[in-house]
Write a protein that binds this ligand. Structure first.
Ligand code: DLL
Length: 434
């Protein structure tokens, strides 16, 4: 293993991990109760006092935190430390209304970097590697997270960011990149470009660390074959820090959750009841070391199950199966989190009615998204605005709402099939969850 494998933590006997979690949770609950009014009010409402939480067995007593809570408390309502102790923000994709801004102290960043460093080492990374990071940099956590982890491991770090495939391939060859970090769809794209240009022999990649969006085992095999690498999954979310909340080891049999920093639970998304190991439900995280943005029992909306079956890599941290779906309607399209309600609000704001359909597909390795919007009868009778003009205006509204370009097709009144039950707003043909 490389120089950032931490066996004393990563292979700690389960009872010891749980003891550590209990100590950290107890402290963290006191910390948030004293420092965050939101938690104080919520716990008081539920009649829970910090003294009632003496270990992980008491976790269920705490209230959940949801994405709506984060929006309501935007921007500073969940801060656990004075703003002057924060050194960074990161943010989810989406609109002003939907955006979540997460804050970090320097210690929070150090922990996050450490989590990503462990993921890189688990993928075989050492200080001799050249780590090619083409997740986006900026507000998105992918680039900054893997960048920080790569520094910690001591790899030569290429902060490429996303896009500009020609430049990616040039640097990959010239600087001998050995570890590739990007979304699986971009990895597949790069693989295709390498194949088309006959560059496979000039590429030294040995491993890839891919996440931020769902991907199937078939996609993993294709990427492994075209790039000649082993492809490792990595999971995370902005609210909880970013990539590296969990990661795959060489067994590729679920992602180890970094239990010294996060406690995972699986709940029934309808009732909130905690489910036993092995059952599929909504993943919930409690951060036990983060100070600036300390989320307790945060509902991720990702559906999966947990397992503590021993892993032959020696790591004892619990594993999560890759997300098998979501308990809300969020889609990840071209790497961006998209809610149908965002699309609806743009359409309604431009005077259309809620007769629309969103069709998401994947052509080659690229996501496509088309929104079909129905004209109202009045609009159809109004010849002063042409259909292309209408489409252009919706495309531009959606671009500023979502940050991605969406194809728009304005269609005749009554041409979108009316549903007799729930409207089918989204047709996702990608089959991403396996
Ligand atoms: O996607 C953080 C990240 C960056 C993870 C780079 C891995 C690599 P968000 O933009 O906040 O953060 O999106 C979080 O993306 O709740 C999942 O639904 C989805 N997601 C993240 N990783 C995976 C994965 C980053 N490996 C949301 N498989 C999460 C499936 C994933 N879905």
């Amino acid at each position: 293993m490389g120089n950032y494998y931490q066996p004393e933590i990563e292979t700690m006997p389960v009872e010891q991990i749980q003891k550590l979690q209990s100590e950290r949770l107890t402290e963290q609950v006191k910390f948030v109760y004293d420092n965050v009014k939101f938690y104080r009010d919520r716990m008081d409402e539920k009649g829970v006092k910090p003294d009632d939480i003496n270990g992980i067995e008491d976790l269920y007593k705490l209230p959940f935190v949801t994405k709506d809570d984060l929006r309501n408390e935007y921007p500073y309502g969940l801060l656990g430390v004075p703003l002057s102790d924060c050194v960074r923000i990161q943010s989810t994709s989406g609109t002003t209304g939907r955006r979540v801004v997460a804050f970090y102290t320097q210690e929070d960043i150090d922990v996050w970097d450490e989590c990503c460093a462990r993921a890189i080492v688990a993928a075989g990374g050492t200080k001799d590697d050249v780590c090619h990071v083409c997740y986006g940099y900026g507000l998105f956590t992918g680039g900054p997270g893997l960048n920080g982890g790569s520094h910690k491991v001591g790899c030569l770090t290429l902060p490429m960011s996303s896009g500009n495939t020609e430049r990616q391939l040039q640097f990959m060859q010239d600087l001998g990149s050995t570890i590739l970090c990007c979304t699986p769809s971009y990895a597949a794209n790069l693989g295709e470009s390498i194949k088309e240009r006959g560059l496979k022999d000039k590429i030294k990649l040995k491993a890839g660390i891919f996440g931020a969006e769902p991907w199937t085992e078939e996609m993993r095999h294709n990427i492994e074959e075209t790039l000649g690498i082993k492809a490792y999954d990595i999971y995370g979310l902005t609210e909880i820090s970013g990539p590296g909340v969990s990661f795959e080891c060489s067994e590729q049999a679920g992602m180890h959750i970094q239990e010294d920093h996060f406690i995972a639970e699986i709940i029934n998304p309808d009732t909130g009841e905690v489910l036993p190991e092995g059952e599929v439900g909504e993943l919930v995280f409690t951060c036990i070391t983060k100070k600036a943005f300390p989320l307790l029992r945060y509902r991720t909306r990702d559906l999966c199950y947990l397992t503590r079956k021993p892993c032959s890599c020696g790591r004892t941290h619990i594993r999560m199966h890759k997300p098998m779906g979501r308990s809300d309607d969020m889609m990840i399209v071209k790497g961006v989190n998209v809610w149908p309600s965002q699309i609806e609000s743009v359409i309604l704001n431009q005077g259309y009615e809620a007769n629309y359909q969103i069709v998401v597909d994947r052509i080659g390795n690229t996501d496509t998204i088309e929104v079909q919007v129905e004209l109202t009868p009045q609009m159809a009778a109004d010849s002063s605005v042409t259909i292309p003009e209408r489409e252009k205006k919706i495309v531009s509204g959606l671009k500023s709402m979502l940050g991605i370009t969406v194809d728009v097709k304005v269609v005749e009144p009554k041409s979108i099939v009316r549903s007799e039950g729930k409207a089918v707003r989204v047709v996702d043909r990608r089959n991403l969850y396996c």
